[in-house]
Ligand binder design. Structure first.
Ligand SMILES: [Zn+2]
Length: 169
């Protein structure tokens, strides 16, 4: 069977920025609610935060993270684990309303060797998928297109969240 990966060339900026970085962008986002729109923070709950991945694998790629700076899932409380799982559900709900994906990848990476870009603060990726999107992203994959569509989608998700009382924590 042919192996198909999403091709996301704009991510090179992110990969190049990884070395020597010590700050945690999730904690930076959590600490500055007045900059939520600028930082693409979609939701805040007592236990967690939902932000756009600014270097997305696909349109609508969201990150769900506990509000606490913890690296390992075993450090999370039962309350946090439940909150994170509910947010996976709500992310799928709002993305389905907004952009009608055909499917989702939901996943976590622990450790740099496993592909974690920020191993010190664990988080869950929610990546919308469409039939044939591996080909589509190759055609449209430049940074300007992505950041433009990200701003539009952010506005749309904020509106839909208000209209549908999301997140339903
Ligand atoms: Zn952190």
């Amino acid at each position: 069977m042919e192996r198909k990966n999403l091709w996301a060339p704009w991510r090179i900026k992110y990969v190049q920025g990884l070395s020597g970085k010590t700050s945690c962008f999730l904690c930076d986002d959590i600490a500055s609610p007045e900059e939520d729109a600028k930082n693409f923070v979609l939701w805040r709950t007592p236990e967690a935060i939902v932000v756009f991945n600014r270097f997305p694998y696909n349109n609508g790629h969201l990150l769900i993270a506990p509000s606490r700076h913890i690296a390992h899932i075993e450090e999370a409380t039962e309350l946090e684990l439940t909150a994170l799982m509910r947010l996976i559900r709500d992310c799928q709900k709002v993305l389905s309303l907004a952009i009608r994906p055909h499917g989702f990848n939901v996943g976590m990476n622990f450790g740099r060797c496993a592909g974690a870009g920020l191993p010190e603060h664990f988080h869950i990726h929610v990546v919308p998928r469409w039939d044939g999107d591996t080909n589509f992203m190759h055609v449209c994959g430049d940074t300007d297109v992505i950041s433009q569509s990200m701003t539009e989608l952010y506005t749309k998700l904020v509106e839909l969240s208000q209209k549908n009382n999301l997140p339903t924590v």
